[in-house]
Design a protein around this ligand. Structure first.
Ligand code: SF4
Length: 173
């Protein structure tokens, strides 16, 4: 049985990375990458409830590193970078367009603390998070609504990238 189904089948708390570690101890497993397992597990656990929420009640968070950061003309405000579509091949702008045309509110944020403030303000019923693994794990530990997370293809904090098929799939759940 795949590990995620085994863990869900245990019927124990899996709401945080710490809880996941305890569950893994119960079944005597120590996977190579617990962070990735945690992200995949959360996506699976939340899939059904996440899918029941209409886009207008969901928020989408993108990391600032998906911008063309060296020439980005967006100003940073209280709700992240205000994209002015200055570049035709900017990943952040592409995802923002895609999300907004599907009815989502999309934010390009510099980090997790701004995510917390925006979530407290808008009180979404579900959240799509696109980020590096470390940021995703921190956000998934904190958020108390159904989530769907998409990990970046590369880290590095500057002009990163993401698998657009996974982003489209997240926006279509
Ligand atoms: S398109 Fe938007 S996010 Fe991308 S570089 Fe220009 S202003 Fe910045």
């Amino acid at each position: 049985m795949p590990i995620i189904q085994r863990l869900i089948g245990l019927g124990v708390d899996l709401s945080t990375k710490k809880a996941l570690k305890k569950a893994l101890d119960i079944i005597g497993l120590s996977p190579e990458n617990i962070d990735r397992l945690y992200i995949e597990l959360k996506n699976e656990i939340h899939r059904e409830n996440f899918g029941k929420v209409a886009p207008k009640y969901k928020l989408v968070f993108l990391p600032q590193c998906l911008r063309k950061s060296r020439k980005c003309k967006a100003k940073l405000g209280e709700e992240g970078y205000d994209c002015i579509a200055c570049s035709k091949d900017c990943r952040a702008a592409e995802i923002k367009r895609l999300g907004e045309s599907a009815g989502y509110r999309v934010f390009i944020v510099p980090g997790g603390s701004m995510v917390s403030k925006i979530v407290a303000k808008y009180r979404p019923k579900a959240v799509v998070g696109i980020a590096c693994m470390k940021e995703l794990v921190m956000a998934l530990d904190e958020l108390r609504v159904p989530t769907h997370a998409v990990e970046l293809l590369k880290d590095g904090c500057v002009e990163t990238d993401v698998d657009m098929e996974k982003v489209r799939a997240a926006l279509a759940i």
